[in-house]
Structures are given as C-alpha cells and as structure tokens.
Design a protein around this ligand. Structure first.
Ligand code: ZN
Ligand code: ZN
Length: 247
C-alpha cells in the first residue's frame, strides 16, 4: 500500500483541526478553514469598503472621479491642514462601521483585533509606519476612558510592534462633547485647547504618527497635530482605519 502523500496528511490534519477547533467568520459566522489566517472569510474580506483612488495627497480624501490623479483637494488647498499627510484604509460604512461600533461601544475586542490587523496589512500604512519614530494614539478624556475601559486608538497603535507608542504623552485636558452630530465649525470649537503634550522633549524632531479609529472632519486630529507641531514634531502623519466621505 503506498504511503499517504505529505499533501494528504496536511489536509487530513487540517480537517481534524477544523472539527475540534472550529473558527467562524467575524461578520457572517460561516466556518473558517484552518488554512485561513485571518478572522474573516474571503467573501466578507472582499466586501470591505476600501477607499478608491485617486486621493488627496494631503488629507487622503478620495476624489469622486477616477480622472485627474493624486493632487490636493479643495479643502486642503484652501486651508492646509496642520499634518503632513493623513491616510485611512476604508470608508466608514457597512462592515467597517459595524466593526468599529462593536469594538468601541460593545467592547467586542475581537473586532479591534480585526481592525488592527487589517490596518497593519494595508501597503500605504506599512509605508508610513516604516518611517515612524513615535506613535501617538488620540487620547480619550479620563471619564470616557473609565466608561469604555480602553482607548480604541491605543489598542490599534499597539498592533505596530517595534515602534514606540506614547501612552500618556498627549492628554485631553478638557472633556469635549462627542463630535457625532456636530457641524464642522462646532467640531473645531469643541476640540480647541482640549489637548496638551506632557513631555515635548519626547516629540521634538521625531517623525510622529497619530493613530485613531475614524477620520471624520479631521478636527480632532488637526487639533492634536497643532499641539504636537508646537512641541517640535518634525513630521506628522495621521493613520486611521476609516474615513468619511469624498473630497
Ligand atoms: Zn464572512
Ligand atoms: Zn485634502
């Protein structure tokens, strides 16, 4: 009798693992084969709302038309943001909105792991992180941190191993209203003066990357960028999982 091939041995072992340690897709709950390293099935992964190109060279907002190439959007031309570049991977909608809500509001940390892993795998983010010297998560106010139990931006930043994450360097000195439901002008006023850099010497002359879950109008990250710039950051980039809208 011929010996079984290594290939069939592996298939047999995988079938056993699938049987005893079943894993399910985070989104559709269909069984995941043991050969699938991620937390979602291939169709759910393919359905994620990836931002199209071209995008604004500065804020990363995608243009509606595929023509014209990478350039600056009207908003960035009118008023250059205080950061050098902001990049997100997905639109804040569909399964990504669901994942962020489950992570942030229902404390389902597996969704946080999924978001962190997906962020880490995006080529543009990898490129930014390769030059990063310090990651700064957008902080929560102590009261909100106590209520939630964790800072989602910090958990996302911790996925980038090997780059120092500044935990309590940038702090919120003033509680702000949730930005949800405020107009762009109200959002700016709401976060004005809300942040402080505790030890500017740790930021000075560094390539700093601010990390957050969602980029909406950019008011929060712009205000954080302003104080980090004042503290002497050499380069400031913003990385978020998702962003809202077109240029
Ligand atoms: Zn699925
Ligand atoms: Zn822009």
């Amino acid at each position: 009798m011929p010996l079984p091939s290594p290939e069939s041995c592996r298939n047999g072992l995988n079938a056993v693992l699938d049987f005893f340690f079943p894993r399910f897709c985070l989104f559709c709950q269909s069984p995941l084969p043991v050969t699938e390293p991620g937390l979602t099935c291939a169709p759910c992964l393919a359905a994620l709302p990836v931002l199209p190109r071209p995008r604004c060279r500065c804020c990363g907002a995608p243009f509606r038309s595929p023509l014209g190439g990478e350039r600056l959007c009207q908003a960035c031309l009118r008023q250059p943001p205080p950061f050098d570049r902001a990049r997100a991977v997905f639109f804040y909608e569909g399964p990504i909105l669901e994942a962020i809500h489950r992570f942030k509001y229902q404390r389902q940390l597996l969704f946080g792991r999924f978001l962190g892993q997906t962020l880490k795998q995006a080529p543009e983010i990898t490129e930014i992180m390769a030059a990063a010297q310090l990651l700064v998560p957008v902080p929560l106010h102590t009261r909100r941190l106590q209520w939630r139990g964790f800072n989602q931006a910090l958990l996302l930043a911790q996925h980038f191993r090997g780059i120092p994450v500044a935990r309590d360097l940038l702090i919120r000195v003033r509680a702000t209203l949730p930005q949800v439901g405020l107009s762009a002008r109200e959002r700016l006023a709401n976060v004005k003066g809300a942040f402080l850099v505790r030890r500017p010497e740790l930021v000075a002359d560094k390539n700093v990357v601010l990390v957050d879950d969602v980029f909406t109008t950019g008011a929060t990250v712009a205000e954080c960028s302003r104080v980090l710039r004042r503290a002497g950051a050499a380069r400031l980039e913003v990385v978020t999982v998702a962003r809202v809208g077109y240029a």
